[in-house]
Design a protein around this ligand. Sequence first.
Ligand SMILES: [Zn+2]
Length: 67
Amino acid sequence: MDTTASCKRCGNVIQEKPYPAWCDQCHYPGIKDEYQEMRDLIEEGYSYADAAVRSGYRGAEEFCGDA
Ligand SMILES: [Zn+2]
């Protein structure tokens, strides 16, 4: 069995166990809260990009050209 996980934010493959939701590069204190807030915003009808930027989970610059 060769299970891997991928980072929720950048999609990098995570090989360390137990698999964290985010890779070391993406993880920061509070990311869980911001991720949850983003999910809530998406449920309220925001697009992924809108919700991600509003919650602080991702920077607006990450979506330039994709708005
Ligand atoms: Zn990552």
